[in-house]
Design a protein around this ligand. Structure first.
Ligand SMILES: C[S@@+](CC[C@H](N)C(=O)[O-])C[C@H]1O[C@@H](n2cnc3c(N)ncnc32)[C@H](O)[C@@H]1O
Length: 270
């Protein structure tokens, strides 16, 4: 189970609005924006954000990346992976729907004189162009927060940004883990793979609000099928946890799955 001491008291790292939906996300497509707005810099106090360096080092090694490759960070949040890669000399673009998180990312980049850029994009409208040597979508970076409806289309959009010969890394919350460790008050919808929970979120000044979280969970098989349908070759699907990225085969005790894939040379996106 991911460590979650911090402002977002949740197992998955995702978070939500004060209106009380239970079950499926119905009318509120951009529900995470309210959480991001409320959290602001407090997001980076969460324990699940503390393993950024390990995660980036693992991805660079496992995907065979080297600067100054072009990297797209989808659902970049306040830019922790983007910034870590930019410090290592990569040419990074981060995209996210949250203006508040993008502001934090831009401020951090400016403070360090990093040249990475950040753009406001809803992943459902992503049209990034197929010129990226690597595309990352980590820690429910948009892809795992879509209510179980738009994931297939969004995965295809993310995959389409991978250049021929380029690499993809997507982390996703594990459906097996979610069901195995389902806690009181949580519901898991087998039809959509969405885990619903209500979490107390602590803002930057210590004030607390309750939010609903809807995290779309996956099996390794689903990730493999999505990758193959987008013309990618699966390199590996590992069982991981925040700050503990590695190559172990998934078990039901791993909270997250890490898909690594590549687009074959000479084959543009479908
Ligand atoms: C749990 S955070 C992860 C952020 C970052 N990848 C990280 O590892 O810290 C999920 C991110 O997904 C973004 N997000 C949620 N829905 C999105 C959407 N439809 N389009 C773009 N970004 C979205 C949120 O704004 C948030 O920054």
């Amino acid at each position: 189970m991911p460590a979650n001491e911090g402002p977002v008291q949740t197992r998955s790292g995702a978070a939500v609005p004060e209106r009380r939906h239970t079950g499926r996300v119905t009318e509120h497509d951009r529900w995470f924006e309210e959480i991001a707005e409320f959290l602001g810099p407090a997001y980076l106090r969460n324990a699940f954000t503390k393993g950024t360096e390990q995660e980036v080092d693992h991805l660079i090694g496992a995907l065979g990346l080297h600067p100054p490759m072009r990297v797209l960070d989808v659902g970049c949040g306040p830019g922790r992976h983007s910034l870590a890669l930019a410090r290592r000399g990569f040419d990074v673009v981060g995209v996210d729907q949250s203006e508040e998180f993008l502001r934090l990312a831009r401020d951090a980049a400016a403070a360090e004189g990093l040249t990475c850029t950040f753009e406001q994009v809803d992943v459902r409208d992503l049209r990034a162009g197929a010129g990226h040597d690597a595309v990352l979508c980590l820690c429910q970076g948009g892809f795992g927060l879509l209510g179980g409806r738009d994931e297939t289309d969004v995965f295809a959009r993310i995959a389409a940004a991978v250049a021929p010969g380029g690499r993809l890394a997507v982390s996703a919350f594990s459906a097996a883990f979610a069901v195995r460790f389902l806690e009181e008050g949580e519901t898991f919808d087998p039809a959509t793979g969405v885990l619903h929970e209500i979490s107390v979120v602590r803002g930057p000044t210590g004030d607390e609000r309750e939010f609903d979280l809807w995290t779309t969970c996956f099996t390794g098989r689903e990730l493999e099928l999505l990758a193959r349908a987008s013309g990618l070759v699966v390199q590996s699907i590992a069982g991981v946890a925040p700050g503990r990225y590695g190559s172990d085969p998934p078990t039901v005790d791993h909270p997250e799955l890490l898909l690594l894939a590549r687009r074959p040379e000479g084959l543009p996106a479908r």
